[in-house]
Design a protein around this ligand. Structure first.
Ligand code: SR1
Ligand code: MG
Length: 401
């Protein structure tokens, strides 16, 4: 830690210029700390004269959203750099380009996506992204299938499993997604009006706990593919033409379902938010239709593209057996529905919420929306064996929301 100092808006320009030859000598700098996630400092450094910019992301030795009482592995940017480089290659640039990682300052610099916005905020402004489902399903299929044992040499894949061991960040997910929200206390956070509902509907439902336990141990023990590990709509940059995935610091070898389920859950929560926040009318119908199409297409495109790519890239002899690929992808989709349910529960009653739900201004509507979210989440977890098509998601959304 000896060379580590926290950067700030004043020191970051000199820091970057010492590390790389990026800005012109006559640069006129504007620098802002723009991080709004739970963990890191994020700076945009811009030369307004020559219109050039980059992003500097520095890890803190603790969880930013909680303060210094919650220490956290400060070396997580190394894993993030490593996976961004891999994903850049695998996906033809569906992630930002990394310029450098500095292991003394626990800091990375990367391409600035300044004509993109964080998808969560775009969706909360009721914007639509017509190519999103196609692009993100490409990202999912390529990053997941191509890093799995279906395709990679098994020894090389095991080396990858070793390189991406990420115990502290995984522990956050094990606790915050798969454990605490299904109990009372810990770091859970919810409105008073949800306390009784949470206890009766979530904590006291033993069948639910059993299914969540199965999903938790799948998360911990199924080193299936190199995951992003935190693929919510706050980890995705979009504009109407293009999609870029950021922030894979929770990366590790885990079940493919974890990335797919997290994404589906966050689209569903935006749907719930839209329904609760807008009066019926054209804007609401248009946004709801976009979200429903996106949910359906993410599921169905993941499935069809994975099955198609499989034949081109499969190397394992047994994985070529007739019928195996359908079994394998179906299993991924079953658990994706379960993960989606866990993500929806934890974003409602756990430590880290989402603006989609918390931002519903009217108290009564917000509590109603959160209860509906929890209710649908339970259905997704318990009935996941049947939830393997886009249409089935839409049927459940129509029935329960
Ligand atoms: C303590 S970190 C809380 C959450 O923020 C991250 O984005 C992950 O989703 C994590 O669970
Ligand atoms: Mg993040």
């Amino acid at each position: 830690m000896s060379k580590y100092v926290e950067l700030n808006e004043k020191t970051v320009v000199e820091y970057v210029n010492n590390k790389m030859d990026f800005f012109a000598p006559d640069a006129e700098y504007v620098c802002n700390e723009i991080g709004d996630g739970n963990l890191n400092l994020v700076f945009r450094v811009k030369d307004t004269k020559n219109n050039k910019s980059l992003i500097v992301k520095q890890a803190l030795p603790y969880v930013r959203a909680a303060g210094e009482d919650w220490p956290l592995d400060i070396g997580r940017g190394e894993i993030e750099t490593h996976i961004l480089n891999i994903e850049y290659e695998l996906t033809d640039g569906l992630v930002p380009k990394v310029y450098f990682y500095d292991a003394d300052m626990y800091c990375m610099a990367m391409e600035d996506l300044d004509n993109y916005i964080i998808m969560r905020y775009g969706l909360l402004d009721y914007n639509q992204y017509p190519y999103f489902a196609d692009q993100i399903s490409d990202f999912l299929v390529k990053t997941l299938l191509l890093t799995s044992d279906v395709v990679m040499g098994h020894k090389e894949k095991k080396e990858n499993v070793k390189a991406f061991i990420n115990p502290e960040l995984c522990e956050i997910t094990e606790d915050l997604v798969y454990t605490e929200p299904f109990h009372i206390g810990a770091r859970n956070d919810m409105e008073e009006a949800l306390v009784k509902f949470h206890k009766e509907e979530i904590v006291e439902d033993e069948e639910l706990a059993r299914e969540v336990a199965k999903l938790k141990f799948d998360f911990m023990n199924n080193a299936q593919a190199l995951l992003h590990g935190d693929l919510h709509t706050g980890s995705i940059f979009v504009n109407p033409e293009s999609t870029k995935v950021i922030d894979p610091e929770f990366a590790f070898y885990g079940p493919m379902a974890y990335d797919i389920g997290a994404l589906i859950a966050n689209l569903i929560m935006n749907y719930i938010s839209t329904k609760a926040s807008l009066e019926e009318g054209q804007l609401r119908s248009k946004h709801e239709k976009f979200l429903l199409d996106a949910i359906r297409d993410v599921v169905d495109m993941f499935k069809s593209k994975a099955l198609e790519l499989w034949d081109e890239v499969v190397t394992d002899k047994m994985a070529k057996t007739k019928g195996f690929k359908e079994y394998y992808i179906n299993d991924v989709l079953v658990n994706s529905a379960g993960v989606a349910g866990c993500e929806m529960v934890r974003r409602t009653v756990g430590f880290a919420h989402v603006k989609d739900l918390d931002g519903i201004a009217n108290d009564e509507k917000r509590i109603k929306a959160k209860k509906e979210n929890l209710h649908l989440a339970k259905i997704l977890i318990k009935n996941r064996a049947e939830i393997v098509t886009g249409e089935e998601y839409l049927r459940l959304i129509e029935k329960y929301l």
